[in-house]
Write a protein that binds this ligand. Structure first.
Ligand SMILES: NC(=O)c1ccc[n+]([C@@H]2O[C@H](COP(=O)([O-])OP(=O)(O)OC[C@H]3O[C@@H](n4cnc5c(N)ncnc54)[C@H](OP(=O)(O)O)[C@@H]3O)[C@@H](O)[C@H]2O)c1
Length: 258
């Protein structure tokens, strides 16, 4: 798979799955625009990309929840690269919370995971129609598997799956494909940002690995490989799909309570 002369815009590229994705796309010769809020982390990812491809990605410091920042993401990408072939909507947060915690966690999560992706996608679509490009959304196995300690997050990922399917229907006649990847537990900073300390996060990953049918958790690179496949011409017949990559989380008996 190569992405020579393809422009790939990745959100949440300063860490975890998004960072791994940036490096893999760089290895496949893509021209990159990578987005995050932490510019130091973005610079580290950019160095890794440059080592792979010899080309420095465009770095965009932006908060996906702020409309002006979203506008900036598209403007800077077009000013630099002239087009967009692939959009990876990867930004996502969680908060360990349920209904008893009130509405704030829901607002924060929906604003970031859904409204942010929606605002950006709205602005990117004309460019994807021009290139007959595609979108890969990063959802979760928790879009269809309930977890009582992450109610707002599960709801946001259920919405992400429906976003994927509706957009795939809306854009099919323009030749634009839309898919999602739905990971199970992945070893990243995700749960520490959600409120766990690093020991708790390590213990959680160990517990998940013991419980999952494949007796391991995903690494960011595993998920990035699936994203690259979906974004490539090899997946030209795939649209509206929500593809699990979960070490068997969905079929297994996984009752970890965080
Ligand atoms: N890790 C898992 O177990 C797991 C499982 C299933 C699905 N996922 C999904 O995978 C995706 C990536 O998560 P990850 O595990 O790689 O987590 P991560 O390491 O915490 O990365 C999250 C990324 O999102 C960015 N981000 C967060 N809020 C943002 C905002 N308001 N504006 C711009 N960027 C923002 C962060 O950038 P800055 O730090 O620069 O702000 C970071 O680059 C998420 O959608 C998550 O829901 C993760």
């Amino acid at each position: 798979m190569d992405f020579i002369n393809k422009v790939v815009l990745i959100t949440g590229a300063s860490s975890g799955i998004g960072a791994a994705c940036a490096v893999l796309f760089a290895r496949a010769s893509a021209k990159l625009a990578i987005v995050g809020r932490n510019i130091d982390n973005l610079k580290k990812v950019a160095e890794n990309c440059e080592t792979e491809s010899g080309h420095a990605p465009l770095l965009i410091s932006a908060d996906i929840t702020i409309e002006d920042d979203v506008e900036k993401i598209v403007k800077e990408t077009i000013d630099c690269h002239g087009k967009i072939d692939v959009l990876v909507n990867n930004v996502g947060i969680s908060i360990i919370a349920g209904i008893r915690d009130g509405v704030q966690p829901l607002d924060k999560i929906m604003e970031t995971n859904i409204r942010g992706a929606y605002m950006l996608t709205h602005r990117v679509i004309p460019y994807l129609e021009a290139t007959k490009g595609n979108i890969v959304n990063v959802s979760s196995v928790l879009s269809t598997k309930a977890m009582s300690t992450m109610t707002p997050y599960c709801m946001s990922k259920a919405a992400m799956d429906m976003f994927t399917k509706c957009l795939a229907m809306e854009l099919a006649d323009k030749g634009v494909r839309v898919n999602s990847v739905n990971p199970g537990p992945v070893r990243t900073n995700f749960f520490t940002r959600a409120g766990l300390n690093s020991e708790h996060n390590d213990a959680l990953m160990t517990n998940f690995a013991a419980m999952l049918p494949l007796k391991m958790v995903c690494e960011s690179e595993d998920v990035a490989e699936m994203i690259i496949y979906l974004a490539s011409d090899k997946a030209r017949c795939v649209t509206g799909s929500c593809m699990l990559i979960d070490c068997g989380t969905k079929i297994g008996k996984v009752e970890t309570i965080i």
